[in-house]
Design a binder for this molecule. Structure first.
Ligand SMILES: Cc1cc2nc3c(=O)[nH]c(=O)nc-3n(C[C@H](O)[C@H](O)[C@H](O)COP(=O)(O)O)c2cc1C
Length: 398
């Protein structure tokens, strides 16, 4: 199945394919969703998105329709749509591939959202490491004049390429950057839907969320619930890492097989189905459906990417890499986050090369408990959560 992308599988290693043209996108139904949406009252568009049950694809899984409803409930003020093209977590590649290969799918969703929100302006943040994405988007925007009704919204769209740091992908930090402030989150509330860009109601949406809105509106909520289109970044120890368009609920073992299986001569030992922020699952659990409910039942969840771990490296080495990443990327606003992420990385240091002793293991778990729910955003909590979930699988040394 390929609804958002022009083809169902896009391998990163496969070199650069040209972005899909407006002609090609239209030939597969593109911009039909925008035409349907603009013939509808904005509230009816929001109702369709709510009825489809679309959950945001930026990591937090917040219902998109509910977010738009909150923004629409405000009156007498400017409203903003902020598009999140930050994608800073290692392993995730779906957003950059989507922007670079299917820029019109993202733009169609953006036009629908702008109409539904009656947005004053649309600010599209793009991580400036993604030069392919930026040039594809610029070219696609330049052709929007040929799409009936699009010119008005295109004139309110600003592409904002930014030198990226990981925390800038968090929605309040992202808004701060757009307002020329430091890339640091603020404590919520206020939520962006209430007070965001320039202090006005703002919907922040991930680029895949918007592409999903486009295909949803090209069809209808019932179709969307049946097809459940989604993109999965598959990285780590697989023969064919890349972006795979598969329905939500697709089995993990099938996706791993689609991605070429483990490297030759090795076997999978674990998978992180929610990237850097969710606990691992193990081979006996690989029959799990990739959807929030089924993964929750295993104590895990979906996130930015699916990271495979095979017998060519240890889970301990992966855990250490993840915690070292968190320690490097803490933005510095909360001392507890700076200190906590460093402590966790140091405590997991020995796991990079050996099993943990019972004392070392207990030490990591104590630190993880200490740092859960600390800091003003979910950054340190994610680091502690992952450390807490992986560590019990790393011990045996005496
Ligand atoms: C540390 C951190 C980094 C994040 N990075 C991204 C990112 O790169 N891209 C993204 O879309 N959302 C990211 N998010 C989630 C955003 O805060 C926000 O939930 C999302 O953009 C909302 O869009 P959605 O509702 O369409 O998913 C991040 C969150 C945190 C806590």
């Amino acid at each position: 199945m390929a609804f958002m992308l022009p083809s169902a599988e896009m391998q990163i290693a496969g070199g650069s394919a040209a972005p899909e043209t407006l002609e090609h996108y239209r030939a597969r139904g593109g911009y039909g969703g925008f035409q349907r949406a603009r013939a509808m009252e904005p509230d009816a568009v929001v109702a369709d998105v709510e009825a489809a049950g679309l959950l945001g694809r930026g990591g937090a899984g917040f219902p998109t329709g509910a977010k738009w409803r909150l923004v629409r409930a405000t009156e007498g003020t400017a409203r903003y749509l902020v598009v999140n093209g930050a994608e800073g977590e290692p392993g995730s590649m779906k957003d950059r591939v989507l922007m670079a290969r299917a820029p019109h799918a993202v733009l169609e969703g953006l036009l629908i959202a702008a109409h539904a929100l009656a947005a004053t302006q649309v600010l599209f943040y793009v991580n400036d490491e993604f030069q392919d994405a930026l040039s594809a988007l610029r070219e696609a925007v330049a052709t929007l004049g040929a799409v009936p009704g699009a010119a008005e919204w295109a004139s309110r769209l600003v592409l904002v390429p930014e030198t990226h740091v990981y925390i800038a992908g968090e929605e309040t930090a992202l808004i701060s950057v757009l307002m020329h402030q430091a890339a640091q989150p603020w404590h919520k509330p206020p939520y962006p839907s209430d007070r965001g860009y320039q202090g006005c109601p703002t919907a922040v949406n991930n680029v895949e969320t918007l592409a999903a809105v486009a295909v949803l509106m090209q069809h209808d909520p019932r179709w969307f619930q049946a097809e459940r289109p989604a993109l999965f970044s598959v990285s780590g120890d697989v023969a064919a890492p890349g972006v795979y368009e598969r329905p939500l609920g697709y089995r993990l073992d099938q996706l791993l097989a689609d991605a070429g299986g483990p490297p030759p001569g090795h076997a999978f030992t674990a998978v992180l189905p929610g990237g850097y922020s969710m606990p691992p699952v193990f081979p006996a659990q690989f029959g799990v459906a990739l959807e929030p409910g089924a993964l929750r039942a295993l104590g895990s969840g979906l996130g930015a990417s699916i990271i495979a771990v095979a017998s060519n490296r240890t889970l301990g080495a992966v855990a250490h890499d993840i915690l070292a990443f968190f320690a490097r990327e803490s933005c510095g606003k909360c001392p507890v986050c700076v200190k906590g992420s460093q402590h966790l990385a140091e405590a997991l240091g020995p796991a990079a090369s050996a099993a943990l002793s019972p004392d070392q293991l207990a030490g990591v778990l104590a630190l993880a408990a200490k740092y859960r729910k600390k800091g003003i955003c979910s950054f340190l909590d994610s680091a502690a959560h992952v450390a807490e979930a992986i560590t019990p699988h790393l011990g045996v040394a005496r």
